[in-house]
Write a protein that binds this ligand. Sequence first.
Ligand SMILES: C[S@@+](CC[C@H](N)C(=O)[O-])C[C@H]1O[C@@H](n2cnc3c(N)ncnc32)[C@H](O)[C@@H]1O
Length: 390
Amino acid sequence: MSLLPLPFTVHFDPTNQELLLSGKMRPESAAEITDALKLVQQSLEKYSGVVYVNVKRLTHINMTAFAALADILAASSRIRPERKIVIITSSVVAWSTSLFQTLAASQPSLSVEVYDSAFYPGQSFVEDETFIPILRTQTKMTWRHERELLPRHGLRSGLVIADICCGIGDFAALVQREFKPARLVALDHSVRSLEYARRVAADFDLQGIEYTYGDASQMLLRDNQFDFVTCRHSLQIFNRPEMLLRELYRICKPGGRVYITNEKNSHCLGEPHAESIKWTYEEVAKLFKHFDMDVEMGPKSRHLLADAGFDNIKVDSFMVTNLDGDPQDFADIIEAWENVYAGEMAVRRGDSSDFIRRFRQGFKDHVFAALHPKGYAGWPIWAASGRKPL
Ligand SMILES: C[S@@+](CC[C@H](N)C(=O)[O-])C[C@H]1O[C@@H](n2cnc3c(N)ncnc32)[C@H](O)[C@@H]1O
C-alpha cells in the first residue's frame, strides 16, 4: 500500500447535502479508490431530496474512476428515482461537463449544472485558452531545433505517428507538412485546444491529421500500432508521469520509438541581471511543484525511459535563445509566462505581493536580456527517445 497522500479528496458536507470531489482521480483499478466510492454510495443512500455531487475542483478523472463513479450514480438513481442528484461541473475543466452530461442523459433524476467562475490550481492553467498564444510561439521556437533532431530519434517520412497531448496541434501540423507520415493521430483532452487545432488545419488546408479527444493516461488506442509516438512538454505536468509513459509504450510498435520533450525551468538563464533571472526560475520550479507538476523533468528523461522498459535511449538537450530568429518572439513567451505564473499561479498559491513583485522582476529582466542588443536569454529543453524492444 502506498504511503503517499492521495492526490484527491472526497468529502460529504451534510449541511448542503453535497459530496465534494477534488484533485486528480487517476487510479489504476477501482480498488484503489474503494473508500471514496463507499462514501459516495453511503451518502446517496442516506439522504433524500436533492444531493449535490460537486466535481468543480476535480481537475482530472480517468476512465476507471469515472466508470466506477458513474455505476454508483446510475444504480442509485435507478433504485431511488424520486431523489434528485445534481452534478456540479465547471466550464474551466473542459472535459467534465460533457462527460457528466452523457451520464445524466441516461437517468431522469440526474442532472448537470455548470459553474463558470471557479478556477483551480494545477493543470487547468495549461489548458486555459490564454495559453494558446504561448504554445504557438513556443512551438515555433522549439521547431527550429527539433526539426534537426527528430531524424536522429528515428522520425522519417511514411511512418504511423501519434502525438499524445498534442495541445493546439501545431507540432502535428509541422510534422505532417515536413515528414509526410502515413498516418498521424493527435490526441488531447482539451476540447478547446482540439477545436482550435482543427480550425487551424482547415485554414491551412492541411488534411489527414486525426485530431482525437482522449485521456492520455488511459487511451482508447490499440496496442502496438504506432512507429513513432511523441509527447512534448506534457509528462512534466502529470502527477503520475510513469502512468502516461506506460500508455505511450503500449501504443508503440515493438521496434518503434517514443519521443518526449521536457524542461528544466530552474536552468533558464540570461545576461545581464543573471542573479534575478536565476532566482525567479528557481521559484518557477517550486511553484509548479506546489501544483504537483515537475518542470525540472528534462534531465530525468533517460531514467524515466529506462524504467519504462525502453532501450536504445537517446537524449539531446538544446537551448532556445533570443538569437534564434526574432528576439521579440522569445520576449513574448517570457511575458506570457510572467502573466500565467506570477499573475495567476502565484496568486492562487497565496503568495505575498512582495514575493510576486520580486518574482515578476526576474521575468522582466529576462525580457530585457532577450531584447538587449548585447543580451542573451535562454530556455533549456531536453528531447529524449527510447525504442520499445522487439
Ligand atoms: C503543456 S501542454 C503541451 C502541448 C503540446 N504538446 C506542446 O508542446 O505545445 C500540455 C497538454 O497536455 C494536455 N493534457 C493534459 N492532461 C491530459 C490528459 N490526461 N489527456 C490528454 N491530454 C492531456 C493538455 O490539454 C495540454 O494540451
